[in-house]
Design a binder for this molecule. Structure first.
Ligand SMILES: O=P(O)(O)OC[C@H]1O[C@](O)(COP(=O)(O)O)[C@@H](O)[C@@H]1O
Length: 319
């Protein structure tokens, strides 16, 4: 539902409007679901590397960690990313998605929205990585685990100033590098699937996207290690408020998502490598969603045509 509404703001240049609409629609959409979902992780206001707030949250319907959504029933934790790739959406560029993950209550690590250092690999390299080791060692270990040379291995890194040295070290191994403008979740899905030609994700990005990537890895059988990356003293204090006794603790996949019963879903807003964006037609729209879970262990792609005006269905659906 979020993608269906918010895709109308493609190219709008209005991050606040798009994010507020996404949060409102998310809250409304969940109000009819028969679960009691507590928001455990959410893209809120993050200070970017230059100290600016990078995703405003305001207006009616704004969500917060700890909010409880749904019509009651099974208590679950939710990791919520109404829009990943807000800048891509408002500039009319490819790759924005809307995503959510759920696990039994207590199953999702509560984190404030700050940076997190991440190392993510697919099932073939499970057990081969160590976030404390130099990145070149990890790239070589991943390549060996999947039976390739580093030159035959691709690593995804966000295009940020903070990754300049990291990218240099990866280059020295001979590995190919996808230097991506935004987004951890699309490469995380690709890393978890054989044949998608991305073998590792490395670098510092948002903690909420880290939690969602961990849910993807649980579903697809990959591995993730992480460490919170506070950039200011106040963020260290915030981590302690959230119960981190050691803010520098190395976090394993089971620390990030503590339960083995996990569901992840994402819908394309603008078109991307894995999901098509929302396509509107007279009276309706078509959406593309991936839903994956651990129990049962399935990945399902859903191509859905929505009649948004009652009369549109009777006139025939458009492909
Ligand atoms: O842009 P920053 O501050 O470097 O943060 C990186 C994080 O932002 C994202 O690219 C999402 O960006 P948006 O703010 O455009 O939704 C994440 O995927 C990534 O982890």
């Amino acid at each position: 539902m979020v993608a269906l509404q918010v895709a109308r703001l493609e190219g709008s240049g209005d991050p606040e409007g798009a994010y507020t609409l996404a949060m409102e629609t998310f809250g409304e959409g969940l109000s009819g679901v028969s679960n009691e979902g507590e928001v455990a992780s959410l893209r809120e206001e993050r200070l970017d590397e230059k100290g600016r707030v990078s995703a405003p949250r305001s207006g009616p319907g704004a969500l917060n960690v700890g909010d409880v959504l749904g019509a009651g029933g099974l208590p679950v934790d939710l990791a919520v990313e109404p829009v990943e790739g807000l800048q891509l959406l408002i500039r009319g560029q490819e790759g924005s998605i809307s995503a959510v993950a759920a696990a039994p209550r207590g199953g999702i690590l509560r984190t404030p929205d700050m940076y997190m250092s991440k190392l993510i690999v697919g099932p073939g390299a499970k057990g081969a990585i160590d976030i404390d080791a130099p990145v070149a060692e990890n790239v070589r270990a991943v390549a060996e685990a999947i039976g390739r040379r580093p030159e035959e291995t691709t690593v995804a890194v966000l295009d940020r100033d903070r990754h300049e040295n990291l990218i240099g070290e990866i280059r020295e191994t001979g590995a190919r590098i996808q230097i991506r403008p935004e987004g951890d979740l699309t490469p995380a899905i690709a890393v978890g699937m054989r044949g998608a030609e991305v073998h590792a994700i490395v670098g510092i990005g948002g903690a909420p996207e880290g939690i969602l990537a961990a849910a993807i890895m649980k579903c697809l059988g990959g591995e993730m290690q992480a460490r919170m990356w506070p950039t200011q003293r106040s963020q260290v204090d915030k981590l302690r408020e959230y119960g981190f006794d050691d803010p520098e603790k190395k976090l394993t996949l089971d620390d990030l998502i503590r339960e083995d019963d996990v569901v992840f879903a994402a819908t394309g807003i603008t078109s991307g490598e894995i999901l098509n964006g929302v396509r509107y037609f007279r009276g309706g729209a078509r959406t593309h969603t991936v839903v994956m879970s651990t129990e049962p262990s399935v990945v399902r792609f859903m191509d859905t045509i929505h009649a948004l005006e009652p009369v549109a269905g009777r006139k025939g659906f458009q492909l």
